[in-house]
Design a protein around this ligand. Structure first.
Ligand SMILES: [Zn+2]
Length: 413
């Protein structure tokens, strides 16, 4: 391999992407580099599954014989999602193999100073790290991205040869795979998996496949609910079918966050105003294009002050508000959670397990009985799997977060 080539950050010519070329793999320290034993054998194809909202309670409560067998025979560990536990941050971490101090996607939304408003963080220009697909493309490996959520396609598609989101699929995809079901359904996940299986089975030119389902069923159903068990049982059968569609393909399954029942939403803008410590804005990091998932409410908030000198008073007020768990300054939060400090406000606030933050009408409102969401530190536990990886499986102790799973793909720098 060309060791004279420039190597940027953790990108490795000898890691997975080197593995994904037809060349022999030589670097002894790279787990994935052991995939292809000879120059004549093609490298192992990899399917990365971003299993949205699949917390450990869902795994435990559901009959998922395929996944449970994979856990037994391969790599399985409950890891921690990064903070905040919202989809875009995790999707970017998983797709770039770095934390949000490098990839820049600190939430589903951010405050745009120029426009003076909350904007969704799905503009690819906000992503400040190379995607897995861009890395793969440099080695001639073609990637496909299939997502229930269009925002993932918008944010991460750079470097893909083929990208399909269920809300704006390419015309030929809608024709071939049928009109996508509503984004607010479990069916949309089955549509996504049907495409993935077709790509695995009939399009071997894609060496890398990234599949992203939606967590709408987890927002709607508790782990023990019959509807949840039916959804996950079906996903499990898709996993089986996918694995059979290419008996040599490796599967890496990483959820983005878990999901918990929430009882209360707190509007921090109003709560702070009432305490005589108003702020410019308190915004939920979870707010995205799918209000029916969570109403824009989530367990982490960014606070922008009217003036830096308000900081001490506002921190004191926040700590008195019931439902607030942790209050950090921008620098403290950026350091603790590895975040781009310019996109998290002046203060960072996380909620207790049953509380979410957002723009509710009242300062404090009880949520509907079946309301479920994420975004706090209480949704960090996620079950992660590696199935049928041809090289040496990673040391479990070496993995702490879902970003470590992604880094594994580029190992051997
Ligand atoms: Zn999610």
């Amino acid at each position: 391999m060309g060791s004279h080539m420039p190597v940027r950050s953790s990108l490795s010519r000898r890691g997975f992407l080197a593995a994904a070329t037809a060349a022999p793999l030589i670097h002894s320290s790279s787990a994935l580099a052991r995939v292809a034993p000879s120059a004549t054998k093609l490298p192992q194809r990899v399917c990365v599954v971003l299993f949205d909202g699949f917390g450990p309670e869902y795994y435990e409560a559901s009959p998922m014989p395929t996944l449970k067998a994979w856990a037994k025979g391969g790599f399985y560990k409950q890891l921690k999602a990064a903070m905040p536990t919202v989809t875009n941050t995790q999707a970017a971490g998983l797709c770039c193999g770095v934390h949000a101090d490098e990839h820049g996607i600190t939430g589903n939304s951010y405050w745009d100073a120029e426009r003076d408003e909350e904007l969704f963080m799905s503009d690819p220009n906000l992503l400040t790290s190379a995607t897995l697909f861009q890395r793969a493309a440099r080695f001639g490996v073609r990637s496909a991205l299939v997502s229930a959520k269009q925002k993932t396609v918008s944010l991460l598609k750079q470097g893909t040869s083929y990208a399909v989101g269920s809300q704006q699929p390419p015309a030929e995809a809608a024709k071939k795979y049928g009109t996508p079901p509503d984004i607010y359904s479990a069916d949309v996940n089955y549509w996504v998996w049907n495409i993935a299986i077709d790509l695995i089975k009939n399009h071997p030119k894609f060496g890398l496949l990234f599949v992203h389902t939606t967590d709408y069923p987890m927002h709607k159903f508790a782990p023990e609910a019959a509807d949840s068990r039916a959804h996950l049982s079906k996903i499990d059968s898709f996993l089986k079918e996918a694995a059979e569609a290419d008996p040599d393909m490796a599967f890496i399954i990483v959820p983005d966050h878990g999901m918990n029942a929430k009882t209360t939403v707190v509007n921090l803008n109003k709560a702070l105003m009432e305490r005589g410590t108003p702020v410019k804005i308190a915004m939920s990091a979870e707010r995205d294009q799918y209000p029916r998932h969570h109403g824009g409410y989530g367990g982490t908030a960014f606070i922008y002050l009217n003036s830096p000198k308000d900081a001490d008073k506002v921190i004191k007020s926040l700590k008195d508000i019931e439902g607030v768990e942790d209050v950090l300054t921008r620098d403290e939060a950026a350091k603790k959670h590895r975040l781009n400090p310019h996109r998290i406000g002046d203060l960072w606030v996380t909620a207790t397990k049953r509380v979410v933050f957002g723009h509710s009408m009242k300062k404090r409102e009880e949520l509907p009985k079946d309301y479920r969401s994420h975004g706090s530190a209480h949704e960090q536990d996620i079950p992660c799997f590696i199935h049928r990886f041809a090289g040496k499986l990673p040391d479990k102790e070496a993995f702490a977060t879902n970003v470590d799973m992604a880094k594994f793909l580029y190992q051997g720098t």
